[in-house]
Each structure stands twice: as structure tokens, then as C-alpha cells.
Design a protein around this ligand. Structure first.
Ligand code: 3EB
Length: 333
């Protein structure tokens, strides 16, 4: 970060760094999401969100902190706490799954509440959404829970009159957590972003129904300028070409394919320059024993200037062994 002020953007911090960082960015923190072992944190506009996914490597916790270049105010509506800097709206919700209730119904309720929230504050454009829930690959009433989630998300988009095409669809990721309920956090804008799809992949919202009765709703990447930063949000990216998973059982080849998919997205940024800007990654690895291999390949691709956090998580297709999401920031010209 440049000296003399907070920038719009993202930092991944460990337990030894996050406290001082939050103090320094006081009044400009949009959102704090903790992974791994919980830790007491300095007060922010909304309470930090916790996601029960273990952090891989030497550290026990990792903190995802979104900050603004401008003053941040809290905004609350129907039990959802959010923050805004006048350009983006951040918020999260955690919905417990009660006995007899399906994840499909819960996903639909969650999205209806999200749409109500962003419409209320007039940040109607979802830019980036993160979804976490346990037992993502388990069966629920004859359907994999991730697939049920997709049915519910789809129903809410339809009920809200949102089109399922590039103009209304955010970048996203959906991963398994170890415990907890359905946890979603999101960023919405006054202005829409620009969707970027991957020519090597079928758009997720056009997946055939062999992957579930309703397609997932996300774009592969989204670019938007916020707070003087050109931002490029890369959705969860995996070893999928066309619509099929490639390299079944081969985590090294899946990693290479995933990195090629990310490279293909980055190539669509006008004037992309890997030597400039800041790249951050969240790498979700299904099997802990793949960590060193994945780290080596990610470092070879992006170098040491790229901050990467490694999490031990189930991926939304049972044959996927890893998934990588990213964010790239560059000073807007
Ligand atoms: C894929 O490419 C992998 O359901 O919101 C990646 C990012 C994936 C987001 C979502 C799912 C989602 O299909 C899975």
C-alpha cells in the first residue's frame, strides 16, 4: 500500500498484522472476514464475519479486509448490517438451516434478502458474491446440496425480475465450510461492472442440466473502477473447459488448467501488466497433501509479489480438487 492513505481494495492479513491494519484504516474499513481460528478484533462498522474453513500453511487464521479510500458508514436494514463509502455497499448474512428446511429454500431466501437490501440503499448492481456452506457435496433430498443451492439462487433471480445474462450477474465463488450455516457476503455498486467471460469455458449460467436442474449464476470475472482503482474480480476458477471437469484425480494437471483459465481472464484486461498493480488470490485446496504442489505452481505463475491465501475446503463439484479466486487492482488512469 502507498503511504499517506487508505486505498480502495483488499488485503489478506494474518493474526499478527490485522489489528494494527484495522487501527490504521479506522473509519475506512468496509468489511472484515476471518477464516480459520477466531480472534478478537478492533471494532469496525459491522462485526467481522467468520467462516469455518481451516487455513493451510503455518498460520492458523487469515483475515480478508476490504477498505475504501473514503469514509465508511454503516447501514442496516431488516437485520442485515452493511457498510458503504458512497460507491459500493458491502454486507453479509448468515442464515441457519432449520430442521426440515432445504438449502434450496434457504438460498432463495438469502438472495431475496440481498436483493431487498441492495435495492433499499440503491446499490442495485451485485458485483461480487461469496457463498460458503457445509456439506456442499452431500445429498439432500436426492440432490447434491450445491445443486439445490443453485435452484434456490435461480428462483430468487427470477422472482426479483433480474435477467440471467451478463448485465445482472456478479462474479462469485461457492465453497464448502466445515460448520455453520449458509454464509454469504457481497459487494454491490451504484454502477454496473463489466462482465468478462472465459472463451475456454461455457458461461456458467449456460451449463447443461447434467450439472443440476438450474445453472449457477455468476460471470467468470468482472471489471469495475472504484475509488480510483481499476478492479478485476476473478470468480472461483477451476479445471473446467467447456463445461466439463478436466484431469479427474490429477491435482497437478487441474492446477495447471486452473491457472491457464485465470491467465485467459487476465489477458482480457486492457493494458494488463503483471509487473504493475496488485494481485491477490484465495486458493481452495480439497486435499491438504496437495498444498506444496499448488503453492509451487501458483508462485511460478504469479511470483512472490502476489499475496495468496490457502484454505482447506471442499469444492462445489466433487471431482474438482482445487479452485482459485482472485482480485487484481491497478491505479486507474
Ligand atoms: C465452476 O466454474 C466452478 O456457484 O457461485 C465457481 C464460482 C463455481 C462460483 C457459484 C461456482 C460458483 O463452475 C464452481
Amino acid at each position: 500500500m502507498r503511504s499517506g492513505g487508505t486505498q480502495f481494495g483488499l488485503a489478506y492479513l494474518d493474526a499478527g498484522e490485522v489489528g494494527a491494519y484495522l487501527e490504521r484504516c479506522s473509519g475506512k474499513v468496509l468489511s472484515v472476514i476471518g477464516f480459520g481460528q477466531p480472534l478478537p478484533l478492533p471494532q469496525t462498522a459491522c462485526a467481522p464475519l467468520w467462516v469455518d474453513i481451516p487455513v493451510l500453511g503455518a498460520k492458523h487464521s487469515s483475515f480478508e479486509v476490504w477498505t475504501s479510500d473514503a469514509a465508511v458508514a454503516a447501514c442496516e436494514h431488516e437485520g442485515i448490517c452493511g457498510t458503504t463509502d458512497g460507491k459500493v455497499l458491502f454486507a453479509s448474512l448468515t442464515l441457519p438451516q432449520r430442521a426440515g428446511e432445504t438449502l434450496e429454500a434457504l438460498a432463495s431466501q438469502a438472495y431475496m434478502r440481498i436483493f431487498g437490501f441492495i435495492d433499499r440503499f440503491e446499490y442495485r448492481n451485485l458485483l461480487r458474491v461469496w457463498h460458503y456452506f457445509p456439506q456442499i457435496n452431500d445429498d439432500e433430498n436426492g440432490l447434491e446440496r450445491y445443486r439445490g443451492f443453485n435452484v434456490g439462487r435461480h428462483a430468487a433471480f427470477v422472482a426479483n425480475g433480474r435477467s440471467i445474462g451478463e448485465e445482472d450477474v456478479p462474479a462469485a465463488s461457492a465453497l464448502g465450510s466445515n460448520s455453520g450455516s449458509l454464509t454469504i457476503y457481497f459487494m454491490a455498486g451504484k454502477q454496473p461492472g463489466k462482465a468478462v467471460e472465459n472463451p475456454r469455458q461455457v458461461s456458467a449460467y449456460h451449463y447443461p442440466d447434467k450439472f443440476g436442474p438450474k445453472s449457477p449464476i455468476f460471470v467468470r470475472a468482472l471489471s469495475v473502477t472504484l475509488g480510483g482503482q481499476d478492479c478485476f474480480f476473478i470468480s472461483g476458477t477451476a479445471s473446467i473447459v467447456g463445461f466439463e471437469t478436466l484431469h479427474l484425480g490429477d491435482s497437478a494437471k487441474q492446477t495447471a488448467e486452473t491457472l491457464l483459465n485465470i491467465r485467459t481472464l487476465l489477458q482480457q484486461i486492457p493494458h494488463y501488466d503483471p509487473a504493475q498493480g496488485r494481485m491477490l488470490l484465495k486458493v481452495y485446496v480439497r486435499h491438504e497433501h496437495d498444498l506444496a504442489m499448488v503453492q509451487d505452481k501458483v508462485r511460478a505463475e504469479f511470483g512472490t509479489a502476489c499475496k495468496a491465501v490457502y484454505l482447506h475446503s471442499n469444492i462445489c463439484r466433487s471431482d474438482l480438487l482445487l479452485e482459485i479466486e482472485g482480485a487484481y487492482f491497478n491505479d486507474a488512469r
